[in-house]
Design a protein around this ligand. Structure first.
Ligand SMILES: C[S@@+](CC[C@H](N)C(=O)[O-])C[C@H]1O[C@@H](n2cnc3c(N)ncnc32)[C@H](O)[C@@H]1O
Length: 237
């Protein structure tokens, strides 16, 4: 089986005897397509082993259902990556109700190729938007959104941009769940947003980024995320 071993052992086989840090540095110099070819789309979105891949996908799915998501709701997976959540959500939602926004098309292509049963793609007709500007067609409205492990890699201006842009696509009673790394932002790196670097924020900072974009955020906190990311929800004001 392709994912029988941990993805990290596969990486080691492919990349030789570099340290994990050295390997990651080498990977970052490659195009996204080459990275996917060498180590697979799962590893590229941060799932270093099979359980991390499924666990964080199922965690999001169960969490959203327990917070009221039903098949008839319209859903946006913000920075959907390689469909770690989509593999569960696309089959569950009504046709045309799963929408994914992602900067890297190659990741979604990998997910559609290997994670979602092909007949379901025709049957459920998921929609995708590929850009780094959080642009979704103005006519689309969503009842639920989630950004899992996105704001953990973004500087404040990019988080503000995300909230402000997606506010236009929120239904009146939309719930936008988002994860963040809780901590002291004084220790954050002084560089542009980077998927391989972590940023931390206090909840009040996250709430103020959301407020600037027309949302009111409420902290939820611990939700059994294996890496300790916290979760909160924003609603339109
Ligand atoms: C750690 S991965 C998480 C992916 C997914 N949410 C999951 O649970 O597996 C972060 C994703 O955010 C995407 N990303 C980063 N900045 C983005 C932006 N400005 N717009 C859209 N996608 C972005 C990356 O390409 C990557 O797929």
């Amino acid at each position: 089986m392709k994912y029988e071993n941990t993805l990290w052992s596969k990486v080691k086989r492919q990349m030789g005897s570099f340290s994990r840090l050295g390997t990651d540095r080498k990977l970052r110099q490659m195009s996204i397509e080459d990275r996917i070819k060498f180590v697979g789309h799962r590893y590229v979105v941060g799932a270093v082993n099979t359980s991390a891949w499924f666990e964080i996908g199922k965690l999001q799915f169960d969490f959203l259902l327990s917070n009221g998501l039903t098949p008839d709701k319209r859903f946006l997976d913000v920075a959907c990556g390689a469909l770690r959540l989509g593999q569960f959500m696309i089959p569950y939602l009504d046709k045309g109700h799963y929408h994914g926004l992602e900067g890297e098309k190659a990741l979604v292509d990998g997910g559609l190729r290997e994670e979602v049963p092909h007949p379901l793609i025709d049957l459920k007709a998921p929609q995708f938007y590929f850009n780094y500007e959080f642009d979704v067609p103005a006519e689309e409205r969503f009842d639920f959104m989630i950004a899992q492990s996105l704001f953990t890699h973004l500087v404040p201006d990019d988080i503000r941009k995300c909230f402000a842009k997606l506010r236009r696509n929120a239904s009146d009673d939309c719930k936008f769940f988002f994860t963040y790394g809780r901590g002291d932002s004084n220790g954050n790196p002084n560089q542009p947003s980077d998927p391989n670097v972590d940023w931390r924020y206090a909840f009040d900072e996250m709430a103020s980024f959301a407020a600037d974009g027309g949302w009111k955020a409420r902290d939820i906190g611990h939700w059994y995320h294996p890496r300790g990311q916290q979760i909160a929800v924003a609603e339109p004001v």
